[in-house]
Every structure is written in C-alpha cells, then in structure tokens.
Design a protein around this ligand. Structure first.
Ligand code: ATP
Ligand code: MG
Length: 569
C-alpha cells in the first residue's frame, strides 16, 4: 500500500508508525505483537490491546505475533494458553504460525545476561528481596548500593553459572543490571534480571531453576522477533528507559516501545488478580460466567466479536487514562444484535389468558416478521389458539395512570394476531390472579382494525399448548458502584461492592415453538424484552437462554441528548 491511498492516521500511534515509514526507520516494516501472560483469561481490556496490535499491523500491511509472556512458572497454566488462543481467534484475528513463547528464548536470554556480566553491566547480589527493597530508596531519596555490587566479572560469571546449575537455595541470590542506584527513575536502580525459583514451568518443566523477570525478558523477546513497534499500556511508560537500556547495551535490534491508555470500564474490574479472586472464591461460576468482563464470558452472554471490535474502534486510542461508561459497550452490542438477531416471542413470567369466544381446539398459523432490520430474513408462522400466555407485568387489575397495557375492560393488540379485550379475572383462594378471561375481535386478524379503531399497547404472547419451556438467566452488573474499588470501610475491598442480585434465574418461561431448535450461541431478540443468547448448555427440551442486554439503550439516549443540546446551542 502506498501512503497516498491510505486513510489518515487515526491516532498518535499511527502517526508515529507513519513517521517511521516516511523515514525508513525499520525499512518500511510494521511488525507488532500481543504479549499476554498466560495467568488468566483475556478480558475486554485485552481486546482493546489486541485490536490495536493486530489492527495497526493489518493497516500497514505488516504482521502481529502472539507471544506468551511465560516468565512466571508459579501462576501460569495450559488452560489459560488454550483460552487465550480461542478468544483471539473468536475476536477475529489470526497470527498464523507466529505463535511464540518467552520461554523459548531462555537460552538466548541467559547468553545475553552473561554478555552483560562480561561488560561489567550485571552482577550477582546476595541481598534478600526485603533488603533489595530497602536499598531501592524512594521517589525523593536515592537508593543505596549493594555491598555485592562491585564483585569481579569472574566471580559474577562463576556465581551466575552456579545459580543456573542449582547450587543455591531459592531466593538466596539474584542477578541485577548494574545501572545507577541514584537514578530518578526507580526502574533503573539496578533492576533484578533473574531470580532463583524451583518451580515446574508449564513448558520447560524443571530445566531451569532461574527465571528472567518481565523487564529482562520482554524487550529482548521483542528484539528476537524483530518487532518494530512494541505497543503496550501506560503502566510501562516508566519501564521504557530500562527497555531501551538493555537493548542499547546488547547492541541488538531495537523496537520502539509506545504506550497507550489502558481501558477502564465503569461497574467493572479489569485486573486478572481480582478476577481470579472472584473465580477462586466462587462469587461467580467461573471465568466464563456471563457477568465477568472476560471475552469467554461475553461470548457466552451473547456479545458478538463485531460489537466488541466496534466498541474498541469507537473509544479510540489515547495517551491518558480514563473510565469508559459500560453503557457504551452495551450500546455497541445492541447495535450489532439489532441487525442480526431474529425476533421471537417468549414470555418470561407467564400469565394465562383464555379467549372465551375463540373456538376450542382451533389453531391458526399467523405470519410474524423475523427481523424488520433485515427484509431478507422473511417471515415465519406462529401458532395462535384459545389459551395463551402473556407477561404477568402486562396486566394490572388497577392500572396506574399512563399504564396503557391490559386491564379489565381494556383492549390491546396481540402482536401479529388480534385485538383482545379483558372481560374478567380468575383468582385462587389466596386472591392471586390465576388467569384472565378475554374476548378477541376476529376482524382484527394480523393486528389491524378495519374500522380504524386504535389501541395503546401491543403485547407479545405465546400459545399455551404449543409453547416450549425454557430457563432464562437475567444478568445485571456484577458491582453496585461505578467504581468497584471505592469502599467506605478500610480493610474492605472491591468484593464489598458485589451486587448479590446480579443474577436472577427464571425457570418457568414459555417460548414460541420454533425456539426448540435454538443452537448454543444463537442470538435472538425476545420481542419487547431484550437480546438473549442460547447458552452453551442449551438443547432441545432443555432450553437455557442468557440475557445479553436489555433493549433500553441509555447510551443512545445520552448521545441524543448531547446532539440535541449541541443543535440547540
Ligand atoms: P494484570 O491484570 O495483572 O495487570 P495485564 O493486564 O498486564 O495483567 P497481560 O497478560 O500482561 O495482563 O496483558 C497483555 C497485554 O494486554 C499487555 O500489553 C497489556 O498492556 C495489555 N492490557 C492489559 N490490560 C489492558 C487494559 N485494561 N487496557 C488495554 N490494554 C491492556
Ligand atoms: Mg502484564
């Protein structure tokens, strides 16, 4: 692609990349990577990083590697690697045969560490982790040099080799870069490069008992893979001088690290440590519980990859952290599902209706539109009969003002069917309504009155003898506060803000018969109720649906208000 037929740079990262393409810094190449640590499932924040990493490579005709940053054997597992692969593919990105592991580079990293020791730029330190922390100093005060800092090159080479051979106990020694204990940037105060740790690694097994730190492994892995642009989130900005120092000292290929703002979402935690806590303590059913912000959970809930990608595009790429309203994500989900989800009728809390003047035993097949947004999707037949279910909520014995749905003596439309009028209510001994008695007007078939008479409400319904049963899970936000980390009492944490009512399971739902064919992952709009997705456990005769999102779009309303406001101003 030439620069003239390319769209304008969409953000500051693309501006930097284009500058490099102009100056030929990397020979016109663009090569990025997405570097997850396999210690948890990917979440919506990672989706942002994935869209940026893979998106920029694609835009400039380059490629993007998947690299597992597996330098901490204690917290990493194969299950996470498998889920990460699945989730990236599901989002719509491909890395081909470019799947790499930092652990593949352990030998090279070791050799490079020896090289730095030879240059007098790294040393073995016997201070404990605690002492190293104390020696590090603070933002205001310089650090203190370790008494082992001036060991000879020979002694360091010998000790480092014996560290690798396993001659010393865990935690008794580390290898540190020899930079500057008075550096303003604390990351440059002789950072640790290797620690001794006897733990079985999920890929290298027990071959190693020393493991590289993130800082030592990351930039060098980028370099080995000849990455050009190492895109990461803002918390690594202070690590960039160290990233550059290592590569300069080694004199090897030197990618450009560029930082962007992390995604933060209201009502959501996006730290793997906290998400793991929710899983381990059983606050939710697992990493893919549809209330989680993981991609696996969003998939199960019915979010689509297109909606997530549109959301990531929509929020853009900024240099400063901010919190995005979770309603914005839900808005993109609705927009996408509105286009693709077939409409069906399902009654979540059924109230029985008997049409007194409809012949017993008769069934009519009425035409219903599958998706008004997609004329190509056609119509289907839904059965109508004498006994129906409507939503409990769609009837009030004593309707308040502005309640236009069904009430005694009132007429409403049943979607795609007839006008019906409530003429009576049957109650049990406890005074609870058990069924409504109605009449229908045969002249209104299809939902219109030839005499032009109007009704103020249209209700969804299902025919009782034809309906199929389903369990429906209604999900709400997992946390009660926009900032889940905001707690009143000291000693409490985000778990104090979990909403105990974030899941409601309805078991007696009744659906139109066609839903018996719902396949796991299938999307539907239940008319008037919201978007729902057939759960992974959904099968004929045992239907289970997850509510993806309700129909009410608070974000669109906010947007509209802004537009009106802007227009009025
Ligand atoms: P933790 O939750 O422990 O902070 P992490 O989010 O850093 O872990 P990694 O697996 O190291 O998890 O992340 C892989 C990549 O995803 C990194 O490049 C990181 O910058 C990016 N990333 C992680 N969280 C977000 C987020 N909320 N927004 C944007 N990018 C993110
Ligand atoms: Mg990380």
């Amino acid at each position: 692609m030439t620069s003239s037929d390319r769209p304008k740079p969409a953000n500051f990262i693309e501006e930097i990349v284009e500058e490099h393409l102009r100056t030929g810094k990397y020979g016109g190449r663009v090569h990025t990577r997405f570097p997850p640590e396999p210690n948890g499932y990917l979440h919506i924040g990672h989706a942002k990083a994935i869209c940026i990493d893979f998106g920029i490579a694609a835009k400039y005709g380059g490629c993007c590697n998947l690299r597992f940053d597996d330098t901490n054997p204690v917290r990493e597992e194969q299950e996470y690697i498998d889920s990460i692969r699945e989730d990236i593919r599901w989002l719509g990105f491909e890395w081909g045969d470019r799947e790499y592991y930092a652990s593949d580079y352990y030998e090279q990293l070791y050799d490079w560490a020896v090289m730095l020791i030879r240059k007098g730029k790294a040393y073995v330190d016997d201070l404990s982790a605690e002492q190293i922390r104390e020696h590090r100093g603070t933002l205001r005060s310089p650090g203190k040099e370790s008494p082992y800092r001036n060991r000879s090159v020979e002694e360091n080479l010998d000790l480092f080799e014996r560290m690798r051979r396993g001659e010393f106990p865990d935690g008794s020694k580390v290898l540190r870069a020899k930079i500057d204990m008075a550096a303003g940037n604390i990351n440059l105060r002789d950072p640790v490069m290797y620690r001794i740790l006897r733990a079985t690694h999920h890929r290298t097994g027990d071959a190693w008992c020393i493991y590289p730190t993130y800082d030592w492994a990351h930039g060098q892995s980028d370099s080995i893979e000849t990455i050009t642009h190492s895109l990461c989130s803002l918390e690594f900005e202070d690590h960039r001088p160290l990233y550059d120092w290592f590569l300069n000292e080694l004199g090897v290929h030197h990618p450009q690290q560029i930082e962007f703002a992390r995604l933060n979402l209201s009502y959501t935690v996006l730290s793997k440590r906290k998400l793991l806590k929710l899983v381990e303590e059983g606050h939710i059913s697992g990493w893919d519980d549809p209330r989680m912000p993981t991609l696996a959970a969003m998939r199960r809930r019915g979010y689509t990859p297109e909606a997530i990608r549109n959301f990531c595009d929509g929020i853009g790429v900024a240099k400063a952290d901010s919190v995005i309203d979770v309603a914005k994500l839900e808005h993109h989900v609705r927009e996408d599902l509105n286009r693709r989800a077939p409409r069906v009728m399902a009654v979540l809390r059924p109230l029985k209706v008997v049409i007194d003047n409809y012949p017993e035993g008769k069934t009519e097949e009425l035409d219903a539109v599958n998706n008004p947004e997609d004329p190509g999707s056609g119509t289907r037949k839904v059965p109508f009969s004498r006994v129906l279910y409507i939503e409990e909520d769609d009837f009030r014995e004593e309707p308040p003002i502005k309640y236009f749905r069904l009430a005694p003596g009132r007429e409403v439309r049943l979607r795609y069917a007839y006008f019906v009028k409530c003429i009576g209510v049957t109650k049990d001994d406890a005074g609870r309504i058990t069924e409504l008695r109605c009449t229908y007007d045969p002249a209104t078939r299809g939902g219109d009155a030839p005499d032009g008479r109007r009704v103020k409400a249209t209700l969804h319904w299902v025919s009782a003898p034809h309906a199929v049963s389903a369990a429906v899970r209604l999900y709400d936000r997992l946390f009660t506060k926009p900032d889940p980390d905001e707690v009143e009492d000291e000693g409490k944490d985000f778990r104090a803000n979990l909403d105990p009512h974030s899941l409601e399971v309805l078991t007696g739902c009744r659906c139109e018969p066609g839903l018996n064919g719902a396949q796991p992952g299938g999307h539907y709009q239940f008319e008037r109720l919201g978007y729902f997705c057939a759960d992974v456990d959904c099968r004929p005769g045992k239907l289970v649906f997850n509510r993806t999102v309700s129909l009410r779009d608070t974000w669109a309303k906010i947007e509209r208000r802004h537009v009106q406001h802007d227009a009025g101003a």
